[in-house]
Design a binder for this molecule. Structure first.
Ligand SMILES: [Zn+2]
Ligand SMILES: [Zn+2]
Length: 172
């Protein structure tokens, strides 16, 4: 494993020397140990001022149709992935936090991209907007939650399980 990691670092350094612009971007995104972990998931907001990294395995990959997700995103539903809170961190500055209905949502203060959701300030898990991942195709959703709020013109045809409200158990 060590040889492989050294190899990928050499590849990164070569890229920097070949193309300074791309290299700087790689350095900005990969300046932490977490980024050296091949399992790390990175992402961020539209304008790039807020970036995050998660190292643990995501779970509860869901499309949430609830009214609050809809209004906070301006989209018909939001795809979320949950992480253990200790496995997630913002690698730039902190986002703007909004307390709403007893929950804590976060957004980029500059461009408004919705980023995270906490059920409460002491919650053990953090939900992350999976379409703000750099690689959103990496995680396939496992279900739809809060479909009692689903907009009538959204037709679900993916055969995934649906829950009227929240799911009671974890889904891988
Ligand atoms: Zn932003
Ligand atoms: Zn929701």
């Amino acid at each position: 494993m060590k040889a492989v990691r050294r190899g990928s670092l050499a590849f990164t350094l070569r890229n920097i020397s070949v193309n300074a612009a791309i290299g700087l971007e790689l350095v900005r995104r990969c300046s932490s140990i977490a980024c050296m972990n091949s399992n790390a998931i990175a992402g961020g907001c539209l304008c790039g001022s807020i970036r995050y990294e998660a190292t643990g395995k995501p779970y509860n990959i869901t499309h949430c149709h609830c009214l609050d997700c809809r209004r906070s995103s301006g989209a018909p539903f939001v795809k979320w992935a949950s992480f253990s809170r200790s496995d997630f961190r913002f690698s730039t500055r902190q986002p703007r936090k909004l307390r709403w209905a007893g929950r804590l949502r976060s957004f980029c203060p500059d461009c408004g991209t919705p980023l995270t959701f906490l059920a409460g300030p002491d919650a053990d898990e953090i939900d992350v907007t999976a379409c703000s991942f750099d690689q959103p195709t990496a995680l396939t959703p496992t279900d739809h939650t809060w479909v009692e709020d689903r907009l009538p013109w959204i037709r679900l045809a993916d055969d995934l399980p649906t829950y009227r409200q929240r799911r009671q158990t974890h889904a891988a």
